[in-house]
Design a protein around this ligand. Structure first.
Ligand code: MN
Length: 464
């Protein structure tokens, strides 16, 4: 390699490392030293290794660590683990070396991350109920393992471009099937949305780009409508001396696409492309009272639809989501969804509990432990047992598609109602021509058998 090029890369690595430190924003010297040590260790382990794009491999763990620190809001231990997460698997530096240099806890988390990889990608494995339970068990032992894994997946999805088409499809399918529901369950709404949008971009590129283009084309209209809509409410809120912010929140491309499919309507007929969000700054004790005050002011100007009132302030969702939603009749006789919440609720809703803890300025590891315990409690409470998580997985699937697995655990997407024979043909026409039946989860079934989500299918063929 040219000397100049190597210099540019070195500069870029330092730039990315500094950016990690900036989003992490800690002043603790000992923690900084530990992260530096992990960075140096990862640099050495991944030296001379490149990603498919040709970039130095170290970009990846650095970016994953930056997501962990900034977008999820985790601390030192997680940042160190993110930097080291691919070391044990892909390089000559094995787990004992990590244990010796970084201690038992970090080695345990990295081991957990590697095991999840094997559950998903390893030979002979499949993404079935048993594996979800295993993942869930890890989840209840230490939520950080799953959060770092989500950051890893998010960066892989952001950099999926250079991979071969079939890899893109496989990784995107897993993202829909497993990672987006996990992010949802952990209350990481922004990450969940980005994962879904990226997965759609690779599985349904035409639909994705068409919706993206229409969203852009109609944005000026929405801005005009929004300004007119909020004008009288804004005046009243100011009049009462409230501190607030009002935003337009567009639905994600994936949610729009899902709605178009489920309701069989074109983009133009979706009435709730956007919601108007009121975020108020109030002390914790006054949250409920003040949110309802905003409700009252909005409904002074616009008629609410009583069947569409959702009060997740009195009873928060199981993933921690709190907000007050109403649908009101705006000017032009159009229904408009309005969300009312406090700054604290918004932070939790968009970025999860960890980000909220960070926002509150609690940066010590003990503050983080408190947060992780809280998330675990939420996960373990009420209906949030493994059956609940399974429901989430099912809920998140498209209604018109099913996912089935080969005996080796490869994932295939098929239209709902697909039979054993359809599956055989989708693999290869030669296999379809010779198919006489199949074993589904070990049981013999005929070629007409209608496949269900999560089935593991072994095609049986007539011998030549
Ligand atoms: Mn990775």
């Amino acid at each position: 390699m040219e000397l100049v090029e190597a210099d540019i890369e070195k500069k870029e690595i330092i730039k990315r490392y500094r950016s990690l430190l900036r989003v992490w924003n800690t002043k603790d010297k000992a923690n900084k030293q530990l992260v530096r040590k992990a960075f140096d260790f990862a640099m050495e382990a991944h030296k001379d290794i490149r990603r498919k794009s040709g970039e130095p491999y170290i970009y990846h763990p650095l970016e994953v660590a930056t997501i962990v620190a900034g977008e999820i809001g985790l601390g030192t231990t997680s940042i160190v683990c993110a930097l080291l997460h691919d070391v044990a698997e892909d390089t000559d530096y094995k787990l004992p070396a990590i244990r010796k240099n970084f201690g038992e806890k970090i080695a345990w988390i990295i081991d957990g991350l590697t095991k999840i990889d094997r559950m998903i990608e390893g030979p002979g494995s499949s993404l079935q109920a048993e594996n979800y339970k295993k993942i869930l068990r890890t989840l209840s032992e230490d939520v950080r393992v799953i959060m770092i894994k989500l950051a890893d997946r998010l960066h892989n999805m952001r950099t999926l471009g250079p991979l071969e088409k079939d890899k893109q499809l496989k990784i995107s399918s897993e993202t829909f099937y497993l990672f987006a529901p996990l992010a949802h369950r952990l209350g990481l709404f922004e990450i969940k949305s980005e994962l879904e949008d990226l997965a759609l971009k690779y599985t349904e590129p035409e639909a994705y780009f068409s919706i993206q283009q229409k969203l852009e084309a109609t944005r000026p209209d929405r801005t005009r409508f929004f300004n007119r809509f909020i004008y009288p409410v804004k005046r009243d809120l100011r009049h009462r001396g409230m501190n607030f912010e009002i935003l337009v929140r567009e639905k994600s491309i994936f949610s729009i696409w899902q709605k178009m499919k489920n309701k069989e309507i074109p983009f133009e007929e979706i009435f709730d492309i956007f919601a108007v969000r009121f975020i108020i700054d109030v002390p914790f004790e006054k949250e409920k009272e003040e949110c309802w005050k905003v409700y009252s002011i909005i409904t002074d100007h616009y008629r609410p639809n009583p069947t569409r009132l959702k009060d997740w302030i009195s009873i928060p969702k199981s993933n921690g989501y709190e907000s007050l939603h109403i649908t009101v009749m705006g000017q032009d006789g159009k229904w408009v969804e309005v969300q009312i919440r406090t700054r604290r609720m918004d932070e939790i809703a968009e970025r999860g509990l960890a980000a909220h803890w960070k926002y509150k300025g609690i940066k010590s590891e003990s503050g983080l432990d408190e947060m992780l315990t809280r998330i675990r409690e939420i996960l373990e409470s009420q209906e949030t047992n493994s059956a609940g998580l399974m429901d989430d997985f099912k809920m998140n699937l498209y209604e018109h598609e099913i996912y089935v697995f080969t005996p080796k655990g490869e994932l295939f997407k098929l239209p709902k109602g697909a039979t054993v024979l359809d599956f055989a043909y989708s693999i290869h026409s030669n296999l379809g021509n010779r198919c006489v039946g199949a074993k589904v989860d070990g049981k013999n079934v005929p070629i007409r058998y209608e496949l269900k989500n999560g089935d593991q299918v072994e095609i049986e063929v007539v011998l030549p």
